[in-house]
Design a protein around this ligand. Sequence first.
Ligand code: SAM
Length: 296
Amino acid sequence: MTNIHISVLLNEAVALLEVSNGKWYIDATFGRGGHTAQILKAGGNVIAFDWDLEAIEYGTATFAKEIAAGNLLLVHESFTKIEHSLSQLRSKHSKEFLIDGVLFDFGTSTQQLTSTVRGFSFEGEGELDMRMDTRLGVTAKDILALIPEAQLAELFNDFGGEEESKIIAKAIKMSPTPITTTKQLSSLIASVKRRRKSGINPATKVFQALRIVVNSELDEIRDALPSAFSVLSEGGRLVTISFHEGEDRIVKQQFKNWEQNKLAELITKKPLQPTEKETFENKRARSAKLRALRKI
Ligand SMILES: C[S@@+](CC[C@H](N)C(=O)[O-])C[C@H]1O[C@@H](n2cnc3c(N)ncnc32)[C@H](O)[C@@H]1O
């Protein structure tokens, strides 16, 4: 995998935001700023969130001109704090910041996934950390050490869809030395897993499950959507890109709930998916689903 992040559904997502000149948009998941750059290019201003300090530092250096011009504000915070952070920014800048659109591009960036030291990658040799926000308390190796075998198996199954979760959990708990590195974990999984899919690393699902749990990813999404919706102006748009069933299910249900309560109108009746060309060029786009709504 290349370690340059390629933004998924870039043109589609930004087109659905219907960016207008001089209006404000929230990019809730700044990452490498691909979507932010496209919104700025279309004439919008951006308040961008990321809870990974590395992403914010990268953005501060790369977008220095836009920040100095007052077209971009970067916020090092969880996207569950959109409402709170926006009210802080309003008082700090004595400015209303009416929000015409919010974009979420869930999950991890390629920089996070391919870093050899942050523990997301089964190809690396780093400590099993996996915290996107290093202020979070529990790492992946803590989870392997602290959670009992049966619950560990449940977690691999529920959040990763791992069919051989019991065998893997048992092997982790039976290991004579504690599993603390990505290399140890991926080798152990490779040695006990019986069924393999060609082209897919046998540790993929367990690594995904651990990442979701360490970062409470599904709870973060569940809490963030109402916060984002509450700051949207009437007629404003909310656009989400999800990468697995767990994420998409939360978005789908929340959007349906707003629609049924006549608070929003769905723009995408069915989720939009990348073209074959995009998935061919960027493997990460394979499972992406984009949903969009308009606040009434
Ligand atoms: C897929 S990347 C975004 C890529 C970006 N759209 C681009 O084109 O460069 C997701 C980013 O969201 C951030 N993120 C994930 N969960 C978050 C949360 N709960 N709060 C704030 N940022 C989060 C991650 O740290 C990561 O940098």
